[in-house]
Design a binder for this molecule. Sequence first.
Ligand SMILES: NC(=O)c1ccc[n+]([C@@H]2O[C@H](COP(=O)([O-])OP(=O)(O)OC[C@H]3O[C@@H](n4cnc5c(N)ncnc54)[C@H](O)[C@@H]3O)[C@@H](O)[C@H]2O)c1
Length: 456
Amino acid sequence: MTLPVTAPASPSASASPSAPVVPPRVGVWLIGARGSVAVTAVAGCAAVTAGLRPPTGLVTESAEFAGADLPPLSTLVFGGHDTLDCPLPKRAEALAAAGVLPPGLPAAVDAELVAAEREIRPGGPAPGDTRSPRQLIADFAADITDFTRRLGLRRTVVINVASTEPTATGDVLPPSSLYAAAALEAGCPYVNFTPSTGLHHPALAERLAASGLPYAGRDGKTGQTLLRSVLGPMFRQRALTVRAWSGTNLLGGGDGAALADPAAAAAKNAGKERVLADTLGTTPEGEVHIDDVPALGDWKTAWDHIAFDGFLGTRMILQTIWQGCDSALAAPLVLDLARLTSRAHEAGISGPLSELGFYFKDPVGDAPSSLADQYTDLLAFATRLGKAAGEHGERGDQGTGESGGSGEGEAGDRQAGHDGQGGHDKYVDRDRPDGSVGSPEPGGSRPVGDRAGEPR
Ligand SMILES: NC(=O)c1ccc[n+]([C@@H]2O[C@H](COP(=O)([O-])OP(=O)(O)OC[C@H]3O[C@@H](n4cnc5c(N)ncnc54)[C@H](O)[C@@H]3O)[C@@H](O)[C@H]2O)c1
């Protein structure tokens, strides 16, 4: 089984009324492309596309999303940056040996892993790297633009799944923000699946506001926080008083090792605690701890101990134990986010995608905190995306008419409206008839970057 590596049919061919519509291919550029989450997403996408595995855990494959006109999984093409140098097939074998991927799957999707491996570029900054931040941003952006153009992709979504960084302090852009700036420079929608700073750096606020790009984040909600976003509203709605909520996480793997750094763990835990404050309306006593247990690998145990008062002050306890395989929980969300964010960009939607709060511990924009409310918003967003398809007729029309391109090379030009000299103020979504930026729908998107630079 091999994913196509040639450019899609030329737009002039697809313009013919009788010609079958070839869905354009969409790039997914993973920062941290050799990590567990990234490799599971690449291998999983190939497995589901080939019908080797069911789409369990992929929310966008459920019936509610059938009308959203999302790019099919088969059109996703992967590349990315990493600072490691271990080939993807080898990483996938290690994940299979650890029980994260089913046995035999790496061999079955070897062609796709090799194809993605070819599109991974060295990340940075490496130790001793003398490039300035500006140069690093330009180099990263050039890698992304080259990927988009060379493979004739309609657009590329950049998704950060790299190791969690300590919370950024001061003016220096941390690596996650260098990559986020590169995404803006390349004209790409951006998703931060980690708690790292990414676009939330004050130095990027102006560029973000000028970009007209959609973005989402931060920090995928896959286990303990997912449960908290369900249980918190339950306690509040039943008028039960939560006195203390304490949690411990035991995990290994690369994420466990990164989170052994107290500063990185603090960035992660802030999101978990915020969900409680937002859903309960108060901040209960208690802390969250993360322990690195290398022997557990990618398998996480998260224990929550909730002390609460019932009628007449009767004291009670709820304990939950979540035992999950982190990458298997995270990878389908990464694929969902790639599809939804790509489609949002295609539909001309810009700014923080608060409707994707369902996926995050610390959502951008004004997202509600309860999972039920977030799901309602997500479904409304899917409907909006579907309607936008009807209004714009974009999927079938792409590349035709005044904004038409002629195949390979054009897509990159269309997406990366930068001047090749590090400029970042000329992004225009040429998918849209008037070439304007911002929302095409009245009352649709919020102002671009309305919370840019606000650490949350
Ligand atoms: N798995 C989950 O359930 C989950 C949930 C929420 C968030 N996350 C976040 O997703 C991220 C990835 O998790 P993982 O388990 O895949 O971790 P991992 O350690 O397996 O992978 C991280 C990858 O990032 C790479 N990397 C580190 N610094 C880099 C840089 N400067 N440039 C490019 N690449 C760099 C590493 O080499 C590694 O390959 C973590 O930040 C984690 O906190 C995971």
